[in-house]
Design a protein around this ligand. Structure first.
Ligand code: UT7
Length: 325
């Protein structure tokens, strides 16, 4: 029996031009390049220009993904934008993306699952495509975390960066097995008992302000590898695949030690890991599509390759997806 799958037709990304090095941060807070590199693997991150909005970065990434897919924006009928840093409290930044792309049909909305946002958005778009309600989707992760950071808190301000990444999904009938192209499975989890481990201390219904990011880094770290490996193993079971079948491991880029620890526990060879955390820092919902676009641009990823995405972050939320390119 054939299956309606969401095929990835293209991907693209955008990074602000300003590079902030660890050395620059060390002039502002009590930290050092050595500490940041040793604990996180981060060497530098990009920071949005004053006035540069999340939706604008999302549009750049979306246009790049459409060009890569050789598609006109008019063929898109669904936009799901994963972000925790929207331009405004409402409307959704996705409708700004829609308007900038000149699309007046279909639907556009934001989705908020912090660092797991891209995996959640992928699951949402995949479900809507499989239902038959939509046929071509832009799934975007875009963030300006620089605007949420407490730049006096060395425990958090050195970790994050800004950027955007996007993929174009299209409905396509496939034979209906694990060799199919497209999204084979997405598994999502959350556990609100951990909501105070990583949060922003403001919001429309509490303080009426935007607030700043607060994190118990050690606590997040403590849970990350176990949660990631658990949901990835669930995705393997659901598809009858194993770590050996994975061609490219494209994790959320929070910390090099979490990435390496997860790969090691899952039995994924280091050579299969796509890493951008050294250059991008943690870009939250944008990190997976940014890393994907990197590995596609330099032709590491080839048609038919099996990709494993995973993410874990505030909520806690976490999730994994298996996608055949
Ligand atoms: O996107 C998903 C969500 N986020 C994450 O996945 C992040 C998860 N957590 C982490 O990546 C790590 O916990 C951090 C990178 C945030 C911290 O690394 P750690 O090895 O867990 O360090 P720590 O928090 O245990 O801190 C060790 C020491 C502390 O000093 P004391 O108490 O041992 O004297 C900190 O005060 O390092 C100190 N420290 C710093 N020192 C220099 C904390 N931040 C810095 C800094 N520079 N930037």
């Amino acid at each position: 029996m054939t299956a309606r799958r969401s095929i990835v037709l293209g991907c693209g990304s955008y990074l602000p031009s300003r590079i902030v090095t660890n050395a620059e941060l060390a002039r502002k807070v009590d930290t050092s390049d050595e500490w940041i590199v040793q604990r996180t693997g981060i060497h530098e991150r990009r920071i949005a220009a004053p006035g540069e909005l999340t939706s604008q970065m999302a549009v750049h990434a979306a246009r790049a993904a459409l060009a890569h897919a050789h598609l006109d924006a008019q063929s898109i009928d669904l936009i799901v934008l994963a972000t925790s840093t929207p331009d405004n409290t409402f409307p959704a930044s996705a409708v700004s993306v829609q308007a900038d792309l000149g699309i007046t049909h279909g639907a556009a909305f934001d989705l908020q699952a912090v660092c797991s946002g891209f995996v959640y958005a992928l699951a949402t778009a995949d479900g809507l495509i499989k239902s038959g309600a939509f046929s071509r989707a832009l799934v975007i992760g875009a963030e300006t975390f620089s605007r949420l950071l407490d730049w006096t808190d060395r425990g958090t301000c050195v970790l994050f960066g800004d950027g955007a990444g996007a993929v174009v999904l299209a409905a396509q009938e496939q034979p209906g097995g694990r060799e199919d192209r497209g999204i084979l499975v997405v598994r999502l989890r959350s556990d609100g008992r951990y909501k105070s481990k990583l949060y922003v201390d403001g919001g429309p219904s509490s303080t009426g302000t935007v607030g700043h990011l607060r994190m118990e880094g050690r606590e997040v770290f403590r849970h990350a590898v176990a949660m990631i490996t658990d949901v990835v193993e669930d995705a393997f079971r659901a598809t009858g695949t194993t770590a050996a079948d994975v061609d490219w491991f494209i994790p959320h880029q929070a910390n090099r030690r979490i990435i390496d620890g997860s790969a090691h526990k899952l039995g994924i060879a280091p050579a299969k890991i796509v890493t951008t955390v050294d250059r991008h820092g943690n870009t939250s919902a944008a990190s997976i599509p940014l890393a994907l676009a990197d590995a596609v641009a330099d032709r590491r990823i080839k048609r038919g390759d099996l990709l494993l995405f995973e993410a874990m972050g505030g909520g806690f939320t976490w999730g994994a997806a298996l996608v055949r390119w």
